[in-house]
Design a protein around this ligand. Structure first.
Ligand code: AGP
Length: 611
């Protein structure tokens, strides 16, 4: 959950590093720092500051105050050691020769620190990262690469490392294990970064580092090695999306931009996958024979991706009649899950770097499961460790609160269900056709919902002062409520929970009192009457009910709820894909009215790469 950037070339490094870090702040933003080799002094010039990147940038006059053409930079989301100047990266060895930036966690840092202290090494920070810098210097005998190799045999955990040594100022070393790190190939310069957006201004030619790989970056190019220190040839990919796709594009917040981008993201995600009336996946390695052999589907994810899995359970089981189990990745790892070679494990992740999800993937593979991942970030760790990958093609998602990645993940899992059902013969032709027709209409219907955003803004103005909100629904509406509740709490800091409506009466309804805000989700037609009875149930106890339903149920809902939001009618499978949009907007406007930091909510980061 930190951002790393490195540069070696002929331009002044500090401005390049600061500009790159500005595109990585969504990965962590409690402190930042740079280390640049000063030609004039012949030493490392290290500058670090607690707080947002702007604090450091102001300190360094945008980088003009720092001389040197090779350096590393870091923006931090604290894991070991509170946010402070001294705990900021780069961490430097006691002899001042080695500077290190790190994304991840060194799990055995305590024992290594004790070993080094015992050898007389003095530590200044509380970080695990400082152990790496000190250990490199401890092993350093003039050959930096060899010293790094020795260190890598001793450290355990997840790490993307950028390393700069005062004795070898014409090179940087990059190391990757479990945390993302990409390489940038420029003319007379080389880059490393936690993701592509940090270097896209300078080069579109990138290489995705694999676990265990080491790279030596110089002005002449990049030499990569495997974990055995054998030279390897890296595949270089060309990045074809525009950097403004990772900019706000005139919107006030990335989150709002990404909410509004959803129709376009869905077109990119869905349309190429419906050809001549059939679902079609490019380079898809699950054979018909294998699909027929699947005895169980496990969906494993975290947060909003888990909520996609909850919708996926209802839809996949309905379509394929294959048992589907959904598990939180952090739980899956420790629950002795029942997985074998007849289990398809669907791993869902926007970032493709969530450590809990990655670890669950590895656990599932160990048990013999076949891994299919649904991921947004191309070339991400989870994508590269899966047997099959379906990319959402939602484009870079910067806001911590996911929106377009969520809705494209959901579309993909619905397409997957239809694809399987077609092969298994478990879906009627007419049902299949109408589902695909509605899938193709989804972006336009979503645009209709977005066109009503002022209504949502009005409801938000009525309710933004509540300090507790319930989202209730049944079946698909319950799964939808989970996501609506998370969106609201993670950016507005209002306590909220999603509840299966039928379960309310078994205890939780005791919390409903005069004025309690209940968002009642009643889009799923088959259970609409049940949804209505739950609205009556909470209203009779004083609740203020904001209901969400389809146009065809609007009239009936208006007779009971205090306020009603509607979405166009669509195929049952797609109700959550449409229903989530008003809930995203509601959360956004409430957070806006409460003056919250929408794109960078407190305590959160875009990619959770720690346990
Ligand atoms: C969603 O708005 C949150 N930012 C969070 O729950 C997120 O969905 C979760 O951390 C999983 O991230 P991933 O999809 O990148 O794995």
């Amino acid at each position: 959950m930190c951002g790393i950037v490195g540069y070696v070339g002929s331009e002044q490094a500090a401005p390049v590093l600061l500009e790159g870090l500005s595109r990585l702040e969504y990965r962590g933003y409690d402190s930042a720092g740079v280390a640049v080799y000063s030609q004039r002094e012949g030493t490392l010039s290290v500058h670090k500051a607690k707080g947002r990147l702007q604090v450091l940038s102001d300190l360094l006059q945008g980088g003009a105050a720092v001389e040197g053409t090779v350096g590393i930079g870091h923006t931090r989301w604290a894991t070991h050691g509170a946010p402070s100047d001294v705990n900021s990266h780069p961490q430097v060895s006691q002899g001042g020769k080695i500077a290190v930036v790190h994304n991840g966690i060194i799990e055995n840092y305590a024992e290594l620190k004790a070993f080094l202290v015992d050898k007389g090494v003095t530590f200044v920070s509380e970080t695990d990262t400082e152990v790496v810098a000190q250990l490199i210097e401890y092993f350093y005998d003039g050959d930096l690469l060899a010293a790094v190799g020795r260190v890598l045999h001793r450290i355990k955990g997840a790490y993307a490392l950028g390393i700069l040594c005062a004795d070898t100022p014409d090179q940087l070393i990059a190391v990757r294990k479990d945390s993302p790190l990409i390489l940038g190939y420029g003319k007379g310069c080389s880059f490393m970064a936690s993701d592509v957006t940090a270097i896209l201004k300078h080069t579109r030619e990138v290489g995705y580092m694999e676990d265990g790989e080491i790279a030596v970056l110089t002005r002449e190019g990049i030499q990569c090695y495997n974990h055995l220190m054998q030279p390897i040839q890296k595949e270089i990919s060309h990045v074809d999306w525009e950097i403004d796709a990772a900019e706000k594009g005139g919107y006030e917040h990335f989150m709002f931009k990404e909410i509004m981008e959803q129709p376009e993201a869905l077109r990119r995600c869905v349309f190429p996958r419906i050809r001549e009336g059939e679902v079609w996946f490019e380079d898809f390695g699950l054979s018909e024979e294998y699909i027929r052999s699947i005895q169980k589907i496990y969906i494993v994810a975290c947060g909003s991706s888990y909520h996609v899995g909850m919708v996926g359970k209802y839809n996949l089981e309905r379509l394929t009649r294959i048992p589907v189990e959904v598990a939180l990745a952090s739980e899956f790892r420790y629950m002795d899950p029942i997985v074998n070679d007849r289990t398809l494990v669907v791993v869902i992740s926007q970032s493709g770097e969530t450590l809990d999800t990655m670890a669950a993937l590895r656990e599932a593979r160990k048990l013999g499961g076949r891994i299919l991942s649904i991921v947004n970030v191309v070339g991400s760790s989870i994508a590269r460790e899966s047997d099959e990958v379906l990319y959402t093609w939602a484009g870079p998602e910067i806001a911590v609160a996911t929106t377009k990645a969520y809705s494209t993940q959901m579309a993909l899992i619905d397409l997957l269900g239809l694809y399987f059902a077609r092969i298994l013969g478990t879906v009627e032709e007419q049902e299949y056709r109408s589902a695909l027709d509605e899938m193709l209409l989804l972006p336009a219907k979503m645009e209709e919902v977005l066109a009503d955003k002022d209504d949502i803004q009005y409801f938000a103005s009525q309710y933004f002062n509540h300090d507790s909100v319930f989202f209730i629904g049944r079946n698909l509406d319950y799964a939808l409520g989970l996501e609506g509740s998370l969106k609201l709490k993670e950016i507005s800091y209002i306590h909220s929970e999603a509840y299966a409506s039928g379960e309310l009466k078994h205890g939780t309804i005791s919390l409903i009192e005069d004025g309690t805000l209940v968002v009642a989700l009643g889009t799923y037609g088959r259970l609409f009457e049940k949804a209505m009875s739950n609205v009556v149930e909470v209203k009779s106890r004083g609740a203020d009910v904001l209901a969400l339903t389809t146009k065809s149920h609007e009239k009936e809902m208006r007779e009971t709820a205090n306020a009603v939001i509607t979405i166009p009618d669509t195929h049952d499978l797609l109700l959550p894909s449409l229903g989530v949009v008003p809930l995203q907007l509601f959360a956004y406007y409430v957070a806006l009215m409460r003056g919250c930091d929408i794109d960078k909510p407190r305590n959160l980061a875009k990619s959770v790469t720690v346990e």
